[in-house]
Write a protein that binds this ligand. Structure first.
Ligand SMILES: NC(=O)c1ccc[n+]([C@@H]2O[C@H](COP(=O)([O-])OP(=O)(O)OC[C@H]3O[C@@H](n4cnc5c(N)ncnc54)[C@H](O)[C@@H]3O)[C@@H](O)[C@H]2O)c1
Ligand SMILES: O=c1ccn([C@@H]2O[C@H](COP(=O)(O)OP(=O)(O)O[C@H]3O[C@H](CO)[C@H](O)[C@H](O)[C@H]3O)[C@@H](O)[C@H]2O)c(=O)[nH]1
Length: 334
Protein backbone atom coordinates (compact mmCIF):
# COMPACT_ATOMS: atom_id res chain seq x y z
CA UNK A 1 0.00 0.00 0.00
CA UNK A 2 1.32 3.42 -0.98
CA UNK A 3 2.56 5.62 1.86
CA UNK A 4 1.69 8.77 -0.05
CA UNK A 5 -0.49 11.61 1.22
CA UNK A 6 -4.25 11.65 1.60
CA UNK A 7 -6.18 12.88 -1.41
CA UNK A 8 -9.13 15.01 -0.30
CA UNK A 9 -11.62 15.83 -3.04
CA UNK A 10 -13.82 18.83 -2.27
CA UNK A 11 -11.39 19.82 0.49
CA UNK A 12 -12.00 23.54 -0.12
CA UNK A 13 -15.71 23.14 0.74
CA UNK A 14 -17.49 23.42 4.08
CA UNK A 15 -17.02 19.96 5.61
CA UNK A 16 -13.85 19.20 3.61
CA UNK A 17 -11.99 22.30 4.84
CA UNK A 18 -12.80 21.49 8.48
CA UNK A 19 -11.57 17.94 7.96
CA UNK A 20 -8.36 19.20 6.34
CA UNK A 21 -7.67 21.26 9.49
CA UNK A 22 -8.30 18.31 11.76
CA UNK A 23 -6.11 15.93 9.76
CA UNK A 24 -3.26 18.45 9.66
CA UNK A 25 -3.40 18.50 13.47
CA UNK A 26 -2.88 14.74 13.27
CA UNK A 27 0.24 15.32 11.13
CA UNK A 28 -1.30 13.87 7.97
CA UNK A 29 0.06 14.93 4.58
CA UNK A 30 -2.69 16.23 2.32
CA UNK A 31 -3.38 16.90 -1.34
CA UNK A 32 -6.67 18.71 -1.97
CA UNK A 33 -8.44 18.49 -5.32
CA UNK A 34 -11.23 21.02 -5.76
CA UNK A 35 -12.60 22.80 -8.82
CA UNK A 36 -13.76 25.72 -6.62
CA UNK A 37 -17.26 25.58 -8.06
CA UNK A 38 -18.44 25.87 -4.46
CA UNK A 39 -15.18 25.74 -2.52
CA UNK A 40 -12.94 28.57 -1.41
CA UNK A 41 -9.18 28.69 -1.85
CA UNK A 42 -8.99 30.82 1.31
CA UNK A 43 -10.54 28.01 3.35
CA UNK A 44 -7.29 26.06 2.93
CA UNK A 45 -3.99 26.61 4.74
CA UNK A 46 -2.11 26.78 1.45
CA UNK A 47 1.29 26.67 3.12
CA UNK A 48 0.49 23.27 4.63
CA UNK A 49 -1.42 21.40 1.90
CA UNK A 50 -0.82 20.76 -1.77
CA UNK A 51 -3.77 22.28 -3.60
CA UNK A 52 -4.70 21.09 -7.10
CA UNK A 53 -7.41 23.19 -8.70
CA UNK A 54 -9.32 20.94 -11.06
CA UNK A 55 -12.24 18.64 -11.68
CA UNK A 56 -12.39 15.02 -10.56
CA UNK A 57 -13.81 14.07 -13.97
CA UNK A 58 -10.66 15.36 -15.72
CA UNK A 59 -9.03 11.97 -16.43
CA UNK A 60 -5.56 13.24 -17.55
CA UNK A 61 -5.38 15.52 -14.48
CA UNK A 62 -6.39 12.68 -12.13
CA UNK A 63 -3.87 10.30 -13.70
CA UNK A 64 -1.11 12.91 -13.29
CA UNK A 65 -2.15 13.52 -9.68
CA UNK A 66 -2.02 9.80 -8.84
CA UNK A 67 1.30 9.26 -10.69
CA UNK A 68 2.90 12.23 -8.94
CA UNK A 69 1.53 11.91 -5.38
CA UNK A 70 0.63 8.22 -5.06
CA UNK A 71 -2.13 8.88 -2.50
CA UNK A 72 -2.56 6.34 0.26
CA UNK A 73 -6.31 6.95 0.59
CA UNK A 74 -9.05 9.14 -0.84
CA UNK A 75 -11.49 11.17 1.27
CA UNK A 76 -14.24 12.03 -1.14
CA UNK A 77 -16.29 15.14 -0.31
CA UNK A 78 -16.68 16.61 -3.82
CA UNK A 79 -20.31 16.58 -4.91
CA UNK A 80 -23.34 18.75 -5.55
CA UNK A 81 -25.72 18.81 -2.58
CA UNK A 82 -28.85 20.85 -3.29
CA UNK A 83 -31.72 18.44 -2.80
CA UNK A 84 -34.30 20.65 -4.56
CA UNK A 85 -32.08 21.28 -7.58
CA UNK A 86 -31.44 17.55 -7.88
CA UNK A 87 -35.16 17.04 -8.46
CA UNK A 88 -35.33 19.58 -11.29
CA UNK A 89 -31.91 18.78 -12.82
CA UNK A 90 -31.21 15.12 -11.98
CA UNK A 91 -28.60 14.58 -14.69
CA UNK A 92 -26.39 17.28 -13.19
CA UNK A 93 -26.39 15.23 -9.95
CA UNK A 94 -25.87 11.83 -11.56
CA UNK A 95 -23.03 13.36 -13.65
CA UNK A 96 -21.14 14.93 -10.74
CA UNK A 97 -22.02 12.64 -7.84
CA UNK A 98 -22.07 9.29 -9.62
CA UNK A 99 -20.27 9.46 -13.00
CA UNK A 100 -17.42 11.85 -12.11
CA UNK A 101 -16.15 9.76 -9.16
CA UNK A 102 -15.71 6.81 -11.56
CA UNK A 103 -12.70 8.64 -13.03
CA UNK A 104 -11.27 8.82 -9.55
CA UNK A 105 -11.98 5.15 -8.84
CA UNK A 106 -10.44 4.05 -12.14
CA UNK A 107 -7.25 5.89 -11.20
CA UNK A 108 -7.33 4.31 -7.73
CA UNK A 109 -7.62 0.86 -9.28
CA UNK A 110 -4.74 1.51 -11.70
CA UNK A 111 -2.51 2.80 -8.92
CA UNK A 112 -3.45 0.26 -6.23
CA UNK A 113 -5.00 2.85 -3.89
CA UNK A 114 -7.53 0.85 -1.87
CA UNK A 115 -8.92 3.07 0.87
CA UNK A 116 -11.91 5.33 0.34
CA UNK A 117 -13.89 7.44 2.78
CA UNK A 118 -17.13 8.59 1.25
CA UNK A 119 -19.34 11.54 2.24
CA UNK A 120 -22.66 9.76 2.05
CA UNK A 121 -25.86 11.03 3.63
CA UNK A 122 -28.96 10.18 5.64
CA UNK A 123 -30.78 11.19 2.43
CA UNK A 124 -29.98 7.66 1.17
CA UNK A 125 -32.60 6.32 3.63
CA UNK A 126 -35.49 8.32 2.17
CA UNK A 127 -38.63 8.55 4.32
CA UNK A 128 -37.78 6.69 7.52
CA UNK A 129 -39.87 3.69 8.47
CA UNK A 130 -38.43 3.77 12.01
CA UNK A 131 -36.66 6.31 14.21
CA UNK A 132 -33.85 6.41 15.19
CA UNK A 133 -32.33 5.26 11.93
CA UNK A 134 -29.60 2.64 12.10
CA UNK A 135 -27.45 1.47 9.19
CA UNK A 136 -29.70 -1.54 8.48
CA UNK A 137 -32.66 0.77 7.82
CA UNK A 138 -33.91 0.28 4.21
CA UNK A 139 -32.39 2.67 1.68
CA UNK A 140 -35.09 4.16 -0.52
CA UNK A 141 -33.96 7.68 -1.44
CA UNK A 142 -36.74 10.08 -2.40
CA UNK A 143 -34.69 12.50 -4.50
CA UNK A 144 -31.89 12.23 -7.11
CA UNK A 145 -29.32 13.69 -4.69
CA UNK A 146 -29.90 10.86 -2.21
CA UNK A 147 -30.11 8.34 -5.05
CA UNK A 148 -26.78 9.45 -6.52
CA UNK A 149 -25.10 8.87 -3.15
CA UNK A 150 -26.83 5.53 -2.64
CA UNK A 151 -25.74 4.37 -6.12
CA UNK A 152 -22.13 5.34 -5.46
CA UNK A 153 -22.25 3.24 -2.29
CA UNK A 154 -23.23 0.31 -4.52
CA UNK A 155 -20.37 1.05 -6.93
CA UNK A 156 -17.94 1.07 -4.00
CA UNK A 157 -19.20 -2.30 -2.76
CA UNK A 158 -18.72 -3.74 -6.25
CA UNK A 159 -15.17 -2.34 -6.39
CA UNK A 160 -14.47 -4.11 -3.09
CA UNK A 161 -15.67 -7.41 -4.54
CA UNK A 162 -13.67 -6.95 -7.75
CA UNK A 163 -10.38 -5.43 -6.62
CA UNK A 164 -10.43 -5.09 -2.85
CA UNK A 165 -11.29 -1.40 -2.43
CA UNK A 166 -12.17 -0.83 1.23
CA UNK A 167 -14.61 2.00 1.89
CA UNK A 168 -16.39 3.63 4.79
CA UNK A 169 -19.68 5.25 3.80
CA UNK A 170 -20.09 8.02 6.32
CA UNK A 171 -23.80 8.82 6.27
CA UNK A 172 -23.89 12.31 7.71
CA UNK A 173 -27.08 13.69 9.17
CA UNK A 174 -27.40 17.52 9.13
CA UNK A 175 -23.97 19.16 9.22
CA UNK A 176 -23.85 22.40 11.16
CA UNK A 177 -21.59 24.71 13.14
CA UNK A 178 -18.19 26.13 12.30
CA UNK A 179 -14.56 25.87 13.40
CA UNK A 180 -14.01 27.35 16.91
CA UNK A 181 -11.31 29.67 15.51
CA UNK A 182 -13.99 31.46 13.47
CA UNK A 183 -11.56 31.32 10.52
CA UNK A 184 -13.49 28.84 8.40
CA UNK A 185 -17.18 28.13 8.19
CA UNK A 186 -20.22 27.40 6.08
CA UNK A 187 -20.25 29.63 3.02
CA UNK A 188 -22.44 28.11 0.33
CA UNK A 189 -23.82 30.29 -2.43
CA UNK A 190 -26.77 30.05 -2.58
CA UNK A 191 -27.19 29.03 1.06
CA UNK A 192 -30.21 26.79 1.63
CA UNK A 193 -29.44 25.16 5.00
CA UNK A 194 -31.58 26.04 7.97
CA UNK A 195 -29.07 27.31 10.55
CA UNK A 196 -27.14 29.69 8.28
CA UNK A 197 -30.38 31.00 6.82
CA UNK A 198 -31.81 31.63 10.29
CA UNK A 199 -28.64 33.55 11.15
CA UNK A 200 -28.82 35.47 7.86
CA UNK A 201 -32.31 36.54 8.95
CA UNK A 202 -30.81 37.66 12.27
CA UNK A 203 -28.20 39.83 10.52
CA UNK A 204 -30.68 41.20 8.00
CA UNK A 205 -28.86 39.54 5.05
CA UNK A 206 -32.29 38.07 4.25
CA UNK A 207 -35.59 39.62 5.34
CA UNK A 208 -36.90 36.58 7.17
CA UNK A 209 -36.73 32.81 7.54
CA UNK A 210 -39.52 30.75 6.05
CA UNK A 211 -40.47 27.64 7.99
CA UNK A 212 -41.25 24.92 5.46
CA UNK A 213 -44.36 23.24 6.85
CA UNK A 214 -46.07 23.37 10.23
CA UNK A 215 -48.36 20.36 9.83
CA UNK A 216 -45.90 17.51 10.29
CA UNK A 217 -46.63 14.76 12.80
CA UNK A 218 -44.00 16.09 15.20
CA UNK A 219 -44.52 17.70 18.63
CA UNK A 220 -44.61 21.28 17.28
CA UNK A 221 -45.58 20.46 13.68
CA UNK A 222 -42.20 21.37 12.16
CA UNK A 223 -39.52 18.98 10.83
CA UNK A 224 -37.06 17.40 13.22
CA UNK A 225 -33.40 16.90 12.31
CA UNK A 226 -30.25 15.54 13.93
CA UNK A 227 -27.67 18.35 13.76
CA UNK A 228 -24.10 17.09 13.76
CA UNK A 229 -21.28 19.54 14.35
CA UNK A 230 -18.83 19.85 11.46
CA UNK A 231 -15.87 19.37 13.85
CA UNK A 232 -17.39 16.05 14.95
CA UNK A 233 -17.66 15.07 11.29
CA UNK A 234 -13.99 15.97 10.86
CA UNK A 235 -12.88 13.78 13.77
CA UNK A 236 -14.97 10.88 12.45
CA UNK A 237 -13.02 11.00 9.19
CA UNK A 238 -9.73 10.62 11.04
CA UNK A 239 -11.14 7.62 12.92
CA UNK A 240 -12.53 6.08 9.72
CA UNK A 241 -9.05 6.36 8.26
CA UNK A 242 -7.55 4.54 11.29
CA UNK A 243 -10.24 1.88 10.89
CA UNK A 244 -9.26 1.28 7.26
CA UNK A 245 -5.53 1.37 8.09
CA UNK A 246 -6.16 -1.40 10.62
CA UNK A 247 -7.72 -3.54 7.88
CA UNK A 248 -11.39 -2.65 8.42
CA UNK A 249 -13.97 -3.97 5.98
CA UNK A 250 -16.24 -1.88 3.74
CA UNK A 251 -19.13 -0.62 5.83
CA UNK A 252 -21.67 2.18 6.27
CA UNK A 253 -21.59 4.33 9.43
CA UNK A 254 -24.14 6.94 10.53
CA UNK A 255 -22.77 10.21 11.84
CA UNK A 256 -25.31 11.92 14.05
CA UNK A 257 -25.92 12.74 17.69
CA UNK A 258 -29.02 10.61 18.22
CA UNK A 259 -30.97 13.74 19.25
CA UNK A 260 -33.52 15.61 17.17
CA UNK A 261 -34.50 19.29 17.14
CA UNK A 262 -37.39 20.91 15.34
CA UNK A 263 -37.17 23.90 13.01
CA UNK A 264 -38.98 26.00 15.63
CA UNK A 265 -36.54 24.89 18.33
CA UNK A 266 -33.60 25.89 16.13
CA UNK A 267 -35.09 29.34 15.53
CA UNK A 268 -35.75 29.83 19.27
CA UNK A 269 -32.19 28.76 20.08
CA UNK A 270 -30.83 31.15 17.46
CA UNK A 271 -32.80 34.00 19.03
CA UNK A 272 -31.31 33.13 22.42
CA UNK A 273 -27.75 32.94 21.01
CA UNK A 274 -27.92 36.12 18.94
CA UNK A 275 -30.13 38.13 21.27
CA UNK A 276 -32.14 39.18 18.21
CA UNK A 277 -35.77 38.69 17.29
CA UNK A 278 -35.73 36.67 14.06
CA UNK A 279 -38.50 37.47 11.56
CA UNK A 280 -40.31 34.21 10.70
CA UNK A 281 -42.77 33.33 7.91
CA UNK A 282 -44.70 30.10 7.80
CA UNK A 283 -44.84 28.49 4.37
CA UNK A 284 -45.86 25.19 2.83
CA UNK A 285 -43.86 21.99 3.08
CA UNK A 286 -40.74 21.72 0.91
CA UNK A 287 -40.97 18.79 -1.51
CA UNK A 288 -38.95 15.78 -0.49
CA UNK A 289 -38.55 16.67 3.21
CA UNK A 290 -39.04 13.72 5.58
CA UNK A 291 -40.71 14.80 8.85
CA UNK A 292 -38.02 13.41 11.13
CA UNK A 293 -34.42 12.25 10.63
CA UNK A 294 -32.57 11.09 13.73
CA UNK A 295 -29.54 8.83 13.71
CA UNK A 296 -28.87 5.80 15.78
CA UNK A 297 -25.13 6.47 16.20
CA UNK A 298 -24.30 3.23 18.08
CA UNK A 299 -22.30 1.66 15.26
CA UNK A 300 -19.96 4.64 14.99
CA UNK A 301 -19.11 4.18 18.66
CA UNK A 302 -18.60 0.46 18.27
CA UNK A 303 -16.42 0.37 15.20
CA UNK A 304 -14.83 3.84 15.05
CA UNK A 305 -14.83 4.65 18.78
CA UNK A 306 -16.49 7.91 17.75
CA UNK A 307 -19.30 9.82 19.30
CA UNK A 308 -20.43 13.39 18.88
CA UNK A 309 -18.78 15.78 21.34
CA UNK A 310 -20.99 18.78 20.48
CA UNK A 311 -24.56 17.63 21.01
CA UNK A 312 -26.17 20.93 21.97
CA UNK A 313 -27.42 22.91 18.95
CA UNK A 314 -26.78 26.07 20.96
CA UNK A 315 -23.08 25.39 20.54
CA UNK A 316 -23.47 24.82 16.79
CA UNK A 317 -25.40 28.05 16.38
CA UNK A 318 -22.97 29.95 18.56
CA UNK A 319 -19.97 28.86 16.45
CA UNK A 320 -21.84 29.63 13.21
CA UNK A 321 -22.77 33.07 14.58
CA UNK A 322 -19.14 33.82 15.47
CA UNK A 323 -18.10 32.85 11.95
CA UNK A 324 -20.79 35.00 10.38
CA UNK A 325 -19.65 37.97 12.40
CA UNK A 326 -15.96 37.26 11.86
CA UNK A 327 -13.65 38.88 9.35
CA UNK A 328 -13.75 36.21 6.66
CA UNK A 329 -17.40 35.24 6.24
CA UNK A 330 -18.57 36.17 2.77
CA UNK A 331 -15.10 37.52 2.07
CA UNK A 332 -13.41 34.34 0.92
CA UNK A 333 -11.40 35.43 -2.09
CA UNK A 334 -12.84 32.65 -4.25
N1 LIG B 1 -23.80 19.75 4.37
C1 LIG B 1 -24.50 18.69 4.80
O1 LIG B 1 -25.38 18.80 5.69
C2 LIG B 1 -24.23 17.33 4.24
C3 LIG B 1 -24.95 16.24 4.75
C4 LIG B 1 -24.72 14.97 4.23
C5 LIG B 1 -23.76 14.77 3.25
N2 LIG B 1 -23.07 15.83 2.77
C6 LIG B 1 -22.05 15.60 1.73
O2 LIG B 1 -20.80 16.05 2.23
C7 LIG B 1 -19.99 16.54 1.15
C8 LIG B 1 -19.50 17.92 1.46
O3 LIG B 1 -20.61 18.78 1.65
P1 LIG B 1 -20.41 20.34 1.92
O4 LIG B 1 -21.61 20.82 2.62
O5 LIG B 1 -19.06 20.57 2.50
O6 LIG B 1 -20.46 20.89 0.42
P2 LIG B 1 -19.55 21.98 -0.31
O7 LIG B 1 -20.25 22.36 -1.56
O8 LIG B 1 -19.18 23.06 0.64
O9 LIG B 1 -18.23 21.15 -0.67
C9 LIG B 1 -18.13 20.36 -1.83
C10 LIG B 1 -16.83 20.74 -2.53
O10 LIG B 1 -16.66 19.91 -3.69
C11 LIG B 1 -16.19 20.72 -4.76
N3 LIG B 1 -16.57 20.02 -5.99
C12 LIG B 1 -17.83 19.76 -6.44
N4 LIG B 1 -17.77 19.09 -7.60
C13 LIG B 1 -16.46 18.90 -7.90
C14 LIG B 1 -15.76 18.27 -8.96
N5 LIG B 1 -16.42 17.72 -9.99
N6 LIG B 1 -14.41 18.26 -8.94
C15 LIG B 1 -13.73 18.86 -7.92
N7 LIG B 1 -14.34 19.48 -6.89
C16 LIG B 1 -15.69 19.51 -6.88
C17 LIG B 1 -16.85 22.07 -4.54
O11 LIG B 1 -16.16 23.14 -5.16
C18 LIG B 1 -16.82 22.18 -3.02
O12 LIG B 1 -15.65 22.81 -2.56
C19 LIG B 1 -20.86 16.42 -0.09
O13 LIG B 1 -20.52 15.22 -0.74
C20 LIG B 1 -22.27 16.36 0.45
O14 LIG B 1 -23.13 15.66 -0.41
C21 LIG B 1 -23.27 17.11 3.24
O1 LIG C 1 -35.15 28.08 4.89
C1 LIG C 1 -35.33 26.97 5.39
C2 LIG C 1 -34.39 25.91 5.27
C3 LIG C 1 -34.69 24.69 5.84
N1 LIG C 1 -35.87 24.51 6.52
C4 LIG C 1 -36.14 23.22 7.13
O2 LIG C 1 -35.09 22.91 8.01
C5 LIG C 1 -34.80 21.51 8.00
C6 LIG C 1 -33.36 21.30 7.63
O3 LIG C 1 -33.17 21.66 6.25
P1 LIG C 1 -31.74 21.82 5.57
O4 LIG C 1 -31.98 22.35 4.19
O5 LIG C 1 -30.86 22.58 6.49
O6 LIG C 1 -31.17 20.35 5.51
P2 LIG C 1 -31.87 18.98 4.97
O7 LIG C 1 -32.58 18.35 6.11
O8 LIG C 1 -32.61 19.23 3.71
O9 LIG C 1 -30.58 18.09 4.65
C7 LIG C 1 -30.53 17.24 3.55
O10 LIG C 1 -29.68 17.73 2.60
C8 LIG C 1 -28.33 17.88 2.96
C9 LIG C 1 -27.60 18.29 1.72
O11 LIG C 1 -27.52 19.64 1.62
C10 LIG C 1 -27.74 16.60 3.52
O12 LIG C 1 -27.42 15.66 2.56
C11 LIG C 1 -28.64 16.00 4.55
O13 LIG C 1 -28.15 14.71 4.89
C12 LIG C 1 -30.03 15.89 4.02
O14 LIG C 1 -30.89 15.42 5.05
C13 LIG C 1 -35.78 20.91 6.98
O15 LIG C 1 -36.88 20.40 7.67
C14 LIG C 1 -36.23 22.09 6.13
O16 LIG C 1 -37.54 21.97 5.62
C15 LIG C 1 -36.78 25.53 6.66
O17 LIG C 1 -37.84 25.37 7.27
N2 LIG C 1 -36.50 26.73 6.10
Amino acid sequence: MSQGPLLITGGAGYIGSHTVRHLLEQNERIVVLDNLVFGHRDALPLDRVTFVEGDMADAPLIEKLFAEHKPEAVLHFAAFAYVGESVTDPLKYYRNNLAAPLTLLEAMQRHGCKRFIFSSTCATYGDPVRIPIDETHPQAPVNPYGASKWMLERVLRDCDTAWGLKSVFLRYFNASGCHPSGEIGEDHNPETHLIPRVLMAATGEVDSITVFGTDYATPDGTCVRDYIHVCDLASAHALALSYLRKGGETTPVNLGTGRGFSVKEIIATAEAVTGKKIPVNYGPRRAGDPSELIANPTKAKEILQWQAAHTDPREHIDSAWRWMNGPRHGRYAV
